[in-house]
Design a protein around this ligand. Structure first.
Ligand SMILES: Cc1cc2nc3c(=O)[nH]c(=O)nc-3n(C[C@H](O)[C@H](O)[C@H](O)COP(=O)(O)OP(=O)(O)OC[C@H]3O[C@@H](n4cnc5c(N)ncnc54)[C@H](O)[C@@H]3O)c2cc1C
Length: 388
């Protein structure tokens, strides 16, 4: 039975944002904290391309990440009933809350506009999809090429990881290789791809995906028994399905304190949040501080204090290019790239350290709630955009 003197906080989604949030909420002993997540293990999404290529695993037991007293419910939220302040679960029943943290992350992107993509293309965005993709690749002859569609950061990481492990790879960029990188950064990545033997088609746009081929905009048909779709992420429909305001993608719209514009008992963080309708780049780089800031908003509201606006800066993007290469692309605090980057094995070591530090940050917050720190000064006051 919940202690009637305690505040009930339910956190939906045990990714980077949600796990930091639950650990930080432990600053107050009079909160009962419940984490709802569909799997009993934490998924290191930033290593899913390694799982696919067989160069690493991507799951970590929650027991090594969550602080004492956090209750894990392995289930999926199917509806948020804000008037009853309860979360309905797929397995049945509902969890009541005083405050809800919405941290359900992101999913594979929408493939709908491209015929055949939803049926035949594979994704690396979620654990189960990555396992399916790995099985499909394992079923191919070693010399059969796979096709990666999309040359954003996830496409680059996936293509290079597979190529370095010996798989022939074709990369269809849809117009530009690494659009978020600086021009010199892009050239460096192109050199690495060439060294790994990746067949890069920068201008190729995919018009159709078939079970055994991709068809380009100019109607060229390329044989492809395994096509991997990495062109953008989507988000779960939960906020929209629960009648909350979202942006066009489905991210929950909040104010600058991460509080839902519909209900001040609902706070969002990570990839599924759109503060002022102007979301930060989907990344664990932003999800982790947003999780901490969402927890701080809840703690302030419980204490009757004014929640503070989010404030965090980017430092750049760090992209693995196989295990022996990477690019660390420096950026201004607002995430726009500058012509400064680090490449090669040193960058690969930096990238690996950063990947490890994501778990280290979660564990540190578990050991010492309130300890997470992040670079500030990146977000200027924003004017809310229109909502849907
Ligand atoms: C292959 C790959 C490589 C990447 N590399 C990088 C990188 O190098 N650097 C970087 O910064 N970012 C990287 N990213 C992006 C990064 O992983 C995400 O931006 C990050 O995971 C977002 O964190 P989050 O906490 O918002 O959500 P997530 O980590 O996605 O966690 C959300 C959790 O919520 C759960 N959930 C979803 N719906 C529900 C529901 N209805 N009820 C309960 N729980 C639910 C999900 O199952 C998941 O466990 C990469 C992503 C991929 C796929």
């Amino acid at each position: 039975m919940p202690d009637p003197q305690h505040t009930q906080v339910v956190v939906l989604g045990g990714g980077y944002a949600g796990t930091v949030a639950v650990n930080r909420l432990r600053r107050r002993p009079d909160i009962d904290i419940t984490l709802v997540n569909p799997r009993a293990e934490f998924v290191e999404r930033i290593r899913l391309h390694q799982l696919v290529a067989g160069t690493g695993s991507a799951t970590v037991p929650y027991s090594s990440l969550l602080g004492d007293g956090v209750r894990l419910v392995v289930d999926t939220a199917v509806r948020i009933d804000t008037s009853a302040r309860a979360v309905e679960l797929a397995a049945g029943g509902a969890l009541p809350y005083d405050y809800l943290v919405y941290a359900v992350g992101s999913t594979a992107g929408d493939t709908a506009p491209v015929p055949g993509a939803a049926e035949y293309a594979y994704s690396v965005a979620e654990l189960e999809q990555a396992h399916r993709l790995r099985e499909a690749i394992d079923g191919l002859r070693p010399d059969t090429p796979v096709t990666v569609v999309g040359a954003g950061l996830t496409g680059l990481e996936t293509a290079t990881e597979l190529a370095e492990s010996g798989r022939p790879v074709r990369l269809l960029c849809g117009g530009l290789l690494g659009p978020s990188l600086s021009a010199p950064g892009r050239r460096s990545v192109a050199r690495r791809l060439a060294r790994l033997g990746v067949d890069v088609r920068e201008s190729a746009v995919v018009a159709e995906v078939r079970a055994d081929a991709v068809v380009l905009g100019d109607r060229t048909v390329l044989p492809s028994p395994v096509t991997i779709w990495t062109a953008g992420f989507g988000v779960p429909e939960l906020a929209r399905a629960s009648g909350l305001h979202t942006d066009a993608l489905g991210r929950l719209i909040t104010d600058e304190t991460l509080t839902s514009i519909d209900d001040d008992r609902v706070i969002a963080a990570g990839d599924a949040a759109a503060p002022s309708g102007q979301p930060l780049r989907m990344s664990c780089q932003s999800a982790t501080p947003l999780g901490a800031q969402a927890a701080d908003t809840v703690l302030n509201r419980i204490a009757g204090a004014r929640p503070t606006p989010i404030d965090q800066a980017f430092i750049g993007s760090c992209v693995s290019l196989g295990r022996r290469g990477a690019i660390v692309q420096a950026a201004r605090r607002d995430d726009t790239p500058v012509n400064v980057f680090l490449a090669g094995r040193v960058a690969a070591a930096v990238k690996e350290t950063i990947c490890r530090s994501t778990l280290w940050q979660i564990r540190r917050e578990a050991a010492k709630p309130g300890s997470a720190v992040w670079l500030k000064g990146g977000r200027k006051a924003v004017e809310p955009e229109s909502v849907t």
